[in-house]
Design a binder for this molecule. Structure first.
Ligand SMILES: [Zn+2]
Ligand SMILES: [Zn+2]
Ligand SMILES: [Zn+2]
Length: 222
């Protein structure tokens, strides 16, 4: 019988937003006080430190809220068959997956598939200032809309969504109210993650959509 003592960790880099894979051998880790895994962008690292003879402490810098989250795992938990999903306690953003290589890759593949579908739908990759932030922000708005928390001050929730290279433009279909969601930096993503509801207001300044050259129109909400 062969027992696989390695586990795969995928964490969302707090700097570039991409998932970074690491395969760790528990055997190796048990000989080290601390193991550090840096994203290929060099912008962030996940640190696993030994905490007693059979426990480990995992520290992950969070893209969602900007702080570090600490998770404690026993060796048994790290080797468990079930995949662990670590969510930011403040924003709920999925920031790390731990489990068998197969499970973790499947999970990330499905996340990346959604991402690729968006890129394919748009036809090209370089339109957005930060494609990852745009993608995550769209998902956030989608979740907010799904919970019924995206609406206009006029009471309408039939909202039109337009994508620009650096922002998402929401406008009411029944009145001039609108709202801009910025989505070009991780700072924006952090703000968007903290948004629980979006209310469109008519501030008497309808934006000149033609001058902004929207890339695409998409209906959202019901
Ligand atoms: Zn990175
Ligand atoms: Zn967080
Ligand atoms: Zn309205």
């Amino acid at each position: 019988m062969i027992i696989d003592t390695s586990t795969t960790i995928a964490y969302k880099c707090s700097s570039c937003g991409a998932f970074q894979f690491t395969n760790v051998s528990l055997f190796e880790m048990s000989n080290k006080k601390e193991s550090c895994f840096t994203c290929r962008c060099n912008g962030s690292s996940l640190v696993i430190a030994k905490e007693g003879p059979t426990d480990y402490r995992i520290v992950i810098p969070c893209i969602g809220c900007g702080t570090d989250h600490i998770y404690l795992f026993s060796r048994r938990e790290l080797m468990a068959c079930e995949m662990s999903v670590l969510n930011c306690p403040k924003t709920g953003m999925q920031q790390c997956f731990i489990g068998s290589d197969e499970d973790v890759r499947k999970q990330i593949d499905s996340l990346e598939k959604e991402f690729d579908e968006l890129i394919n739908m748009l036809g090209y990759d370089n339109y957005f200032v930060n494609t990852q932030v745009m993608f995550d922000s769209l998902n956030i708005i989608h979740d907010i809309a799904e919970k019924g928390n995206l609406f206009c001050e006029c009471g309408n929730n039939d909202i039109e969504l337009l994508l620009l290279s650096d922002k998402i433009y929401l406008r009411c279909k029944k009145c001039p109210a609108n709202k801009i969601i910025y989505a070009s930096s991780n700072e924006h993503l952090k703000n968007n993650l903290q948004t629980k509801q979006i209310l469109l207001l008519d501030e008497g300044q309808p934006l000149d959509i033609k001058a902004m050259e929207p890339l695409m129109k998409k209906r959202d909400g019901k």
